[in-house]
Design a protein around this ligand. Sequence first.
Ligand SMILES: Cc1cc2nc3c(=O)[nH]c(=O)nc-3n(C[C@H](O)[C@H](O)[C@H](O)COP(=O)(O)OP(=O)(O)OC[C@H]3O[C@@H](n4cnc5c(N)ncnc54)[C@H](O)[C@@H]3O)c2cc1C
Length: 465
Amino acid sequence: MSESVIHVVGGGLAGSEAAFQLAERGHQVVLHEMRGVRGTAAHQTDRLAELVCSNTFKSTEVTNAHGLLKAEMRLLGSLVLQGADVARVAAGSALAVDRDVFSVHVHERVVNHPRIRVTREEVTAIPDAPTIIATGPLTSDALAEGVRARLGVQSLAFYDAIAPIIAVESIDQTVAFRAARWGKETMEDSGQGKGAECGDGEGEGGLPSPEPEGAYLNCPMDKVQYEAFIDALTLADQFTAHEFDKAPYFEGCMPVEEMARRGRESLRFGPMKPIGLRDPRTGRRPWAVVQLRREDRAGRMWNIVGCQTRLRIPEQQRVFRMVPGLEGAEFLRFGSIHRNTYLNAPAALTPHLSLRDNPQVMFAGQLTGVEGYTESTATGLLAAINLSRLLAGQEPVVPPPVTMLGALYRYLREADPAHFQPMNANFGLLEELPEPPRDKLKKRALYAERSLAAMAAWITEHRLA
Ligand SMILES: Cc1cc2nc3c(=O)[nH]c(=O)nc-3n(C[C@H](O)[C@H](O)[C@H](O)COP(=O)(O)OP(=O)(O)OC[C@H]3O[C@@H](n4cnc5c(N)ncnc54)[C@H](O)[C@@H]3O)c2cc1C
């Protein structure tokens, strides 16, 4: 690779956006895409920016987290969103697209750009030249090995095993009580085991950390409630995965419904065991306890411990709302288990998502630990802005955490590396409003107003548009 050009590895959503943004800023770019010489288990074509599954970029409403992120990206001039607008099909307030029209549009804009050269090859090691690596959830094995060799074994996961994440204000804290087992514990003490290759967040990755008292919210169950929960869990409809997507069930990432099927008591002796806990309302040990662990520093997002799941989304809502204290649960992120190569960003990368020893080698897209088409594209856009700045001798910049993009980056920077899980855009990531109204829609409208004003000010301050 020549040092006079910038390399972008991976011509998916993030890589196409990044290559185009760099070229528009006057840089010569080589985009390395392996499809054409080596396929992935999900892509069907050789085109850049192929959508591997659903044809929607989700909501356009700014009172929806994905809609707000898109509005911020429009201020930054996203190519992918321009392609989505060209390819838009009727779907109410959702930005759904004709996937072929969409990828043809983005493909053409990238390959026909006078400063971009596309080469079809598999990259197998992290280059030392200025580079953005955006090889996605299906990064080839050889490059994954190259990344592991460079960043360390614990820096990379191959499967998501995600438990639902709940908004704190939707948890009934007259029922759920704050306490850690025996007052204090580590994840190892709690016996939840370690996931081998699963980014399961429940004691994964060999990085157990002490949990201070109050780091857990505990939803107590009596025997009748527990039995009803087990019945619902084992009978609920679950998502059937693609063959390649079938995660091996390591100890730490077994779906909660699978654990329940292996024996009615297995959850009561596993992640839902009540020992070391007393319900302050009764003074007694409950029959079983569903624990929620803080997902962010501000304590706005809570992860249902040990409940990684393959249940369908409506079933997750129905079953987990049976848990006392979670009847009104607002899901910020649904549980899932699937193939996903991603970095432990808070452990391995800088705040602008570069190598620690080379700020000009950056990561973007789903590989960084964000999840979703829009989120992945957004990180490609910001990586291009920052690489261009660095090459001009300027500092990298990240939008403030009152913006959705800035809040995602803050999550990637500040999440606990011991429990790191990929994240999608959601309002729980944003800094709380000083005086939030009770009405959810009004609150979101205020969040959006604040985010878009902050993004516009940030763009002006750094002369990004
Ligand atoms: C099966 C599946 C279904 C999904 N469904 C959805 C969905 O419905 N909605 C949603 O929002 N998100 C979905 N996702 C997540 C989705 O993949 C991401 O949101 C998005 O595509 C990530 O963008 P990206 O640019 O990071 O990666 P990608 O779009 O996957 O692009 C990565 C590119 O890098 C290339 N590449 C990989 N390794 C190398 C290498 N060594 N050298 C050169 N090129 C390489 C790949 O061929 C690919 O073109 C799904 C993911 C999977 C795996």
